[in-house]
Design a protein around this ligand. Structure first.
Ligand SMILES: Cc1ncc(COP(=O)(O)O)c(C=O)c1O
Length: 368
């Protein structure tokens, strides 16, 4: 018997959006010395969070299904009502929830071709009609996105700000202008996974976005908890109430809730991570300059090196992998970018040495 999958699922090709470094190590008998491919943090987690886990963690009990303490703290930090916050299994987990709640076969969705792919992944399963808008000079093209949303009568627009894989950040005036140009009944999914690394005065303040925006945040990046799987969204109360009807109540583990709460209260730690990442970005820009390779301005925890062609990127990625360095590129057409996470100083030194060696090799030089 054929498993009774939905028609939509049966129509989809099997796809693996991310091949993890563990799989590469296992299948190719490699030991990575530097993990610079998934924009995880190289700077650990808050010592307070670590202590809180030691003190309070038990895997025996379920976590609080309402995530009450964490939501209360988040509401205070952002100056919003607790009813505007929903906690879930990372931004990716929340994308899945949004797709289930809002997307029906044929729902028009607009996004940038070549940006972070997970929102597309989940909405496609539910039958979304994706409108893919080209970047302009490696920057999500806000005017074109708004135009396409108007043309297709989109109910959703997805924008990562800062963007992945470019690292480009759009300042608040631009965002405000963009939001004002979206169709009346269109929600903006504003993915702010990297917002902690962006210049605070230029960030659109929470509360200024209006009811048509869902802001997505995570503990995976600056807070260093990618393995915990915890993130949250800030939205209009009505949106949160609807999502609450189908939320997986126990998705966020007890440990994750305890750790996230302690980390949120440790702003000195987050400041230190943000400063360390900024220094690392400068290192990467300097490497690019030395090698004559353009790097894109980044307000995130990675830097994109423009190698000019996907072919060259593939060759460099392969060579880096053989030398024990895990790095990724972006989805086409951003697969001419080598996207390198800000590693710890040891990882950056190793990357710099190996990258220079690879580019100096005649073969790759010739394929430039
Ligand atoms: C733009 C963007 N959004 C979301 C995520 C995933 O976040 P989370 O770990 O909270 O699921 C990533 C991870 O790399 C990302 O780059």
């Amino acid at each position: 018997m054929e498993p009774p999958f939905t028609k939509q699922l049966r129509s989809l090709p099997a796809s693996i959006p991310f091949v993890g470094p563990e799989t590469i190590e296992r299948e190719e008998n490699i030991r990575f010395q530097a993990r610079l491919g998934a924009n995880e943090s190289a700077f650990g987690i808050s010592p307070n969070a670590e202590q809180a886990i030691k003190d309070g963690a038990t895997a025996t009990y379920y976590g609080d299904p309402t995530n009450f303490n964490l939501r209360t703290e988040l509401a205070g930090v952002h100056g919003v009502s607790i009813n505007q916050i929903l906690v879930g299994g990372g931004i990716d987990g929340l994308f899945s929830l949004i797709a289930q709640a809002f997307i029906e076969p044929g729902t028009p969705v607009t996004t940038s071709r070549g940006s972070y792919p997970t929102f597309n992944y989940f909405t496609t399963l539910c039958g979304a009609a994706l409108g893919l808008v080209p970047y302009r000079d490696f920057c999500p093209d806000l005017n074109a996105l708004a135009k396409e949303a108007q043309r297709s009568k989109s109910r959703f627009v997805y924008l990562a700000n800062p963007d992945n894989p470019t690292g480009i950040f759009q300042i608040r005036n631009r965002l405000e202008n963009f939001i004002s140009k979206l169709p009346e009944d269109c929600l903006l999914i504003l993915d702010e996974a990297y917002i902690d690394f962006s210049p605070p005065p230029e960030i659109l303040p929470v509360g200024k976005e209006g009811p048509r925006v869902i802001r997505m945040r995570t503990f995976s990046k600056a807070h260093g908890m990618a393995g915990m799987r915890i993130g949250y969204l800030i939205a209009d109360q009505e949106v949160v109430a609807g999502l609450n009807k189908i939320r997986n109540q126990f998705q966020v583990s007890r440990l994750a809730q305890i750790a996230a709460l302690a980390s949120l209260k440790d702003s000195a730690f987050i400041d230190s991570v943000v400063a360390a990442v900024a220094a690392g970005r400068e290192d990467y820009h300097a490497i690019g300059e030395e090698l004559g390779i353009k790097t894109l301005p980044s307000a995130s925890n990675f830097v994109a090196f423009d190698l000019g062609s996907p072919k060259r990127v593939s060759a460099v990625l392969e060579a880096l992998k053989r030398k024990g360095i895990f790095v990724r590129t972006g989805p086409p057409p951003n697969n001419r970018l080598l996207r390198v996470t800000i590693g710890a100083p040891r990882e950056r030194t190793l990357f710099a040495a190996v990258f220079k060696e690879i580019l100096a090799s005649e073969h790759l030089g010739a394929s430039k």
